[in-house]
Design a protein around this ligand. Structure first.
Ligand code: PLP
Length: 403
């Protein structure tokens, strides 16, 4: 049963959506095909839109609070999708994953404390640490050749061990945006061992947990961290999976009662409420009726992934093979174009994509210095849009590189 239309563009210019309506500001022109912000072009699945429509018809928009049904939708989802079994008391509602990160840093680290992140990584990881007045410690991922001849990111455990001695917290991105890694249990066990040894608290951001490609499983950090002496908790949300990011709402999973109480105190102190009417409605509908949705979605995304990989196969662009997320990380260093974030005049790589190819991608360097020379493309669009984007890219490459 098809639950959505993967050919329909649900977002469009003038609808107040960031992806289309910030093109002039971000790219300097409004005619680029926007393949940047991490949301999807097609509509949310119909079981979500129908639940929202029913709630809208109710007209009941007062203060919201998760009920036992919401909590059991969450615990049921984690158990059914990820074989991760937690009780409803472990769930703490949060307005979003990034706000939860800010709360966690405030709750569990001291002013000026060192907080580790693993770039290239989703750029708010940098900002949220600095905004709380903590010291950012970068533990860059390392590129490794994989058995199939491709490349993938791995963690630098030796550096992590050294950095953990002086740090209070690690912000883990699992699965990883933009690298597309679904960290495996052996890798996560090493993170746990290092962080347990040095008393580093781990916050695992698992917002991309449902978005693994066919044949690949997400490993919740909980699976390896429980009973290993590591202080940790996870934050996630249904927004990426079901394309409801603009509605907002997520949740933390915190099995340890003392950690939960401390986090919740911070959350309550911010007076942000326990969710929005529409966020909770979308979450319950998604987690109750969406069991088959991630597979259906990722089958569509896999088609687009393969189209892009094929289109760039004879260009000096190396895609990093993704295990998860609808984002594809393109190593464009072989194009020999400069990529200097600080100097707007010296962004030849980004200018090539904007001016020559007519594409609005995310510039790799915003994910940290390790992203210099890379571009991130969002695959969650109708295949005809992806094909048009790739045709434009290839024409531009021929024009520019055969001169
Ligand atoms: C790794 C990661 N964490 C968090 C977010 C955003 O989460 P939220 O909108 O719930 O703050 C994103 C969005 O792209 C993301 O990729």
């Amino acid at each position: 049963m098809s639950q959505t239309d993967f050919t329909r563009l649900a977002q469009y210019p003038g609808s107040g959506c960031e992806k289309y309506d910030r093109r002039a500001e971000i790219f300097g022109r409004e005619d680029v095909i926007p393949l940047w912000v991490a949301d999807m072009d097609f509509p949310a699945p119909d079981f979500v839109t129908q639940a929202l429509a029913a709630r809208l018809a109710d007209g009941a928009f007062g203060y919201a609070k998760p009920t036992a049904e919401h909590l059991s939708a969450i615990t049921g989802w984690l158990a059914g999708q990820h074989d991760w079994h937690v009780g409803p008391e472990t769930i703490v509602p949060v307005p979003g994953v990034v706000p939860a990160m800010a709360m966690a840093i405030r709750a569990f680290t001291t002013p000026g404390a060192r907080v580790i992140i693993q770039p290239p990584v989703y750029f708010p990881f940098f900002q949220v640490v600095r905004d709380q007045g903590r010291e950012l410690v970068e533990n860059p991922l390392v590129e490794q050749a994989s058995a199939d001849g491709g490349r993938r990111y791995v963690m630098d455990f030796a550096a992590l061990e050294a950095q953990a001695r002086e740090a209070e917290m690690l912000l883990l991105c699992n699965p990883h945006n933009p690298g597309g890694r679904a960290w495996d249990a052996r890798e996560l066990e090493q993170v746990v061992a290092i962080c347990a040894r040095h008393g580093v608290m781990v916050m695992s951001d698992e917002i991309h947990m449902d978005l693994t490609y066919p044949g690949i499983r997400h490993t919740p950090f909980a699976r390896v961290a429980d009973a290993a002496g590591c202080r940790w908790f996870t934050v996630t949300a249904p927004g990426k999976t079901f394309n409801t990011a603009g509605i907002g709402g997520g949740y933390a999973v915190i099995p340890d009662a003392a950690i939960r109480e401390r986090f919740d105190r911070e959350r309550r102190g911010m007076h942000l409420g326990e969710g929005s009417v529409f966020g909770l409605t979308a979450l319950k509908a998604a987690y109750t009726h969406g069991t088959h949705w991630p597979d259906e979605l990722m089958a569509h995304i896999a088609v687009n992934r393969d189209r892009v990989i094929e289109a760039v196969s004879d260009l000096p662009i190396e895609p990093m093979w993704p295990e998860a997320t609808y984002l594809l990380w393109l190593d464009c260093r072989g194009m020999g174009l400069s990529d200097a974030a600080a100097d707007p005049e010296d962004r030849a790589l980004q200018r090539f994509f904007i001016d020559e190819a007519g594409l609005g991608l995310s510039q790799g360097i915003i994910f940290g210095e390790a992203g210099r020379g890379y571009m991130r493309i969002n695959l969650a669009t109708p295949t005809r849009v992806m094909d048009r984007a790739m045709a434009q890219l290839r024409q531009a490459a021929v024009r520019v590189f055969s001169q």
